[in-house]
Design a protein around this ligand. Sequence first.
Ligand SMILES: C[S@@+](CC[C@H](N)C(=O)[O-])C[C@H]1O[C@@H](n2cnc3c(N)ncnc32)[C@H](O)[C@@H]1O
Length: 228
Amino acid sequence: MANWVDFWNGEQSVYVSPRHMQAYYNTLAHNIKRVVGGKRPYTLLDYGCGDAWAAGELAASGISVVLYDPVPNVAARAHTRWGATPGVRVVDSLTEMGPGSVDGILIFSVLQYVSKADAAILVRELKHYLAPGGTLYLGDIVRPDTGMIADVRALFVAGFKHGFFFDALMGLIKTFFSDYRRIRKEQGFSTYTEDEITQILVQAGYTVKRLPNLGLSPHRMTFEATSS
Ligand SMILES: C[S@@+](CC[C@H](N)C(=O)[O-])C[C@H]1O[C@@H](n2cnc3c(N)ncnc32)[C@H](O)[C@@H]1O
């Protein structure tokens, strides 16, 4: 975690400092371990894993972590970084996993890049890989009424709390002068109401429960969806 990175979505240019990243992934790892509890053995697929800096801590706690990201340069980074870590496996295709082979699937800060129609297909497809009674954790879901101000406020609050306030400010300035807004406009950015995401999950055959968000942004939403 040595440099400022082009973090989101492989191509998008939101700048996140190492200290910010560390706080982001520490919080995520801590909250995942809390919701998963002491269930071991436990296999967790991190779908759209990004840089996956939580993987080491999760694996060290006894969770078997499977990393998958469909964006080639992100997947390549995951291989390089985590390929040799005990308890972590990086897959290039979901078909490398057997049916019913994972206890939980984390989809964190990913659905904004997926259209609503594709999200409905995705959560159905992922059921195939979940063990009976397995759980999807869909987190960091952005509501349609969330403006930039809510995101900026959450960023500064987290920065103040976790000691990266100045980095957060720098990141915001760098992002402002990057291609982020143009790319976000071109590629689309999906937002969901609580009812919309619940409906998508219920229609796919999940039982849904709202949880506090697993990440650093409390105004975003997390849902626990249990496969029946
Ligand atoms: C904001 S990052 C989040 C990464 C990671 N989940 C985290 O919380 O740090 C979004 C991730 O979604 C991935 N992604 C983009 N489109 C996707 C899709 N259609 N399905 C799965 N992942 C996707 C990107 O490659 C990127 O790694």
